[in-house]
Design a protein around this ligand. Structure first.
Ligand SMILES: *Cc1c(COP(=O)(O)O)cnc(C)c1O
Length: 394
């Protein structure tokens, strides 16, 4: 099997796995308990907090552990909305290609009386900071823009957007789930007030994540109960999972340069190979993207059929995000960058990691090329295109 769906989830690293197994055996006490066995778990938890904070340039007290990226996004946005509501500032700026954890939370807030402005995402999949600036109003309480997109991998000008928000006194949150552990991030340099991350996107365990919140911003609880996480996130902590996430992040951060240059090389080879397929196009800027992300549209085919046939060849890939597959609507991200429905339907995302080899890349290129040609052979849309009844777009 060739696993090329790391944007959906990653396999736990050896280090993360060993850490988790060891702690499940040795540190299963409750960190809130006062006896030594509980306090040992507490120490492990606080060490993980220090490690995670260190990687993104934050202070340990600015890190709250969550169940993942979705929860962190929800809590960050709810927090800014609550602070805004208190000052009668009920306007939020975001973008059309955010993850559903962000977009659906914003939709919920709209029902509660908030107004939301979604700035345009351009054809290259990159947001223009001056357009964010223009969208900010007197009553804006939050700007939330993702660090890197989960479908097309494009990296946003976060530092510039953060600077604008800071100068206007507006809270800036970024969903950095796809970026943390993959590209360098420093919350100070990047002018970030809140940041969401998820363990299973950087070779940590699923069900782990964290929210960075700059000192001075008071978090709103999503989960009420005990006083864990400074009273801001109730529930007995997933100590082994959290420590495994910290181990995965520390490891990823330590070898980031090496991984990034290796994976980028393989990604570029994959892009070159797939570009040779007629009537195809890469989605999003070809270089300003995550090291491991490749996303293409092939005209005249259905992404879903492509995925199933690739699965038969042992290739795990994705069409749009995992959350939208199974629905007939094309990806909201591809629509946001201006792909028309027909074209957006024929999309393929391959997200690779450091385990990929040159042979794997050759195998993927060969098989995608073959399968696309095969599917076009009996596609009515392709027939219309080749007979001139419809115009090629790509
Ligand atoms: C995966 C993902 C999430 C959700 O994270 P979970 O830990 O699965 O809840 C949120 N945002 C982005 C950009 C993601 O890729």
């Amino acid at each position: 099997m060739i696993y090329a769906d790391n944007a959906a989830t990653t396999k736990m690293s050896e280090t993360a796995r060993n850490t988790m197994i060891k702690l499940l055996d040795e540190a299963w006490g409750n960190p809130s308990s006062l006896y030594t066995h509980g306090q040992k778990a507490k120490e492990i938890l606080e060490k993980a907090r220090e490690d995670v904070a260190g990687v993104i340039g934050a202070a340990p007290r600015e890190i709250t552990f969550t169940s993942g990226g979705s929860e962190a996004d929800n809590q960050a946005i709810r927090t800014a909305a609550e602070l805004g509501r208190q000052k009668n500032k009920m306007h939020i700026v975001s973008s059309a290609f955010e993850h559903h954890a962000v977009l659906h939370t914003l939709n919920r807030l709209k029902k509660e009386g908030f107004e939301v402005t979604l700035v345009d995402v351009h054809e290259d999949g990159i947001i223009i900071p001056s357009e964010v600036e223009a969208a900010i109003r007197e009553d804006t309480c939050l700007v939330t823009i993702m660090y890197a997109n989960n479908e097309i991998g494009t990296i946003q000008p976060i530092r510039e957007i953060g600077e604008i928000c800071r100068s206007k006194g507006v809270i800036f949150h970024t969903d950095a789930v796809q970026a943390v552990g993959h590209i360098p991030i420093n919350v100070e340099d990047d002018n970030i007030d809140m940041l969401s991350a998820s363990g299973h996107k950087f070779h940590g365990p699923k069900g782990t994540g964290f929210l960075y919140v700059k000192k001075g911003i008071r978090l709103t609880n999503l989960i009420e109960g005990g006083a864990q996480e400074k009273g801001k996130r109730a529930g007995t902590e997933n100590v082994a999972g959290i420590a495994a996430m910290a181990a995965a992040l520390t490891e990823a951060n330590g070898k980031m340069e090496e991984t990034s240059s290796y994976v980028t090389g393989k990604r570029n080879k994959l892009i070159d190979g797939l570009s040779k397929i007629p009537h195809s196009a890469i989605n999003g800027d070809s270089s300003n993207r995550l090291p491991g992300n490749v996303n293409f549209c092939f005209e005249g085919i259905e992404g879903e059929s492509l995925l199933l046939l690739l699965d038969d060849k042992g290739i795990c890939a994705s069409s749009g995000s995992a959350c939208t597959s199974g629905s007939l609507d094309p990806s909201h991200v591809l629509l946001a960058i201006g792909r028309v429905h027909d074209v957006a339907h024929g999309s393929l995302r391959l997200s690779i990691d450091e385990d990929i080899t040159d042979n794997d890349i050759d195998y993927i290129i060969e098989n995608v090329t073959e399968v696309v040609e095969y599917l076009r052979g009996f596609s009515p849309i392709w027939r219309d295109l080749t007979e001139g009844k419809k115009k090629f777009i790509l």
